[in-house]
Design a protein around this ligand. Structure first.
Ligand SMILES: [Zn+2]
Length: 123
């Protein structure tokens, strides 16, 4: 399976954010360098708690190093909701979802068409 590459420090930070925000969702944009996701930009004033549709209300920052998004699901489903899929299709790129209980096993990555990607953790 084709895989997304993510720096271990970033993956651990994302898991920590998901736990900190629980029972609400967090969401952010992922910044890539040399083919590896290395940094997250957390959305200012997102509309937490209801649904992932809040992505729609964001101003997408103009930044060519932003190649994906990440958000958490306070429930155990790691699958994209319909709202997620609508957003993914508009944004392009790669999209990560971190589901409850926010461990490495509960992280999934998707293409903008909703198909699965593997995740390769880079030390
Ligand atoms: Zn979602």
């Amino acid at each position: 399976m084709e895989a997304v590459r993510i720096r271990r420090e970033l993956l651990e930070y994302l898991l920590e954010l998901a736990r900190d925000f629980y029972p609400n969702e967090f969401a952010g944009f992922l910044r890539e360098r040399d083919g590896v996701f290395e940094e997250v930009l957390i959305a200012p004033n997102p509309h937490f708690g209801s649904s992932s549709a809040f992505f729609d209300t964001w101003m997408l920052p103009y930044d060519e190093s932003i190649k994906g998004t990440v958000h958490s699901h306070p429930g155990p489903s790691p699958w994209p909701s319909q709202a997620d899929l609508n957003f993914f299709s508009k944004f392009g790129g790669v999209h990560m979802i971190i589901a409850y209980p926010f461990t490495e096993d509960s992280v999934r990555a998707y293409r903008s068409d909703g198909s699965r990607l593997g995740i390769e953790v880079v030390e």
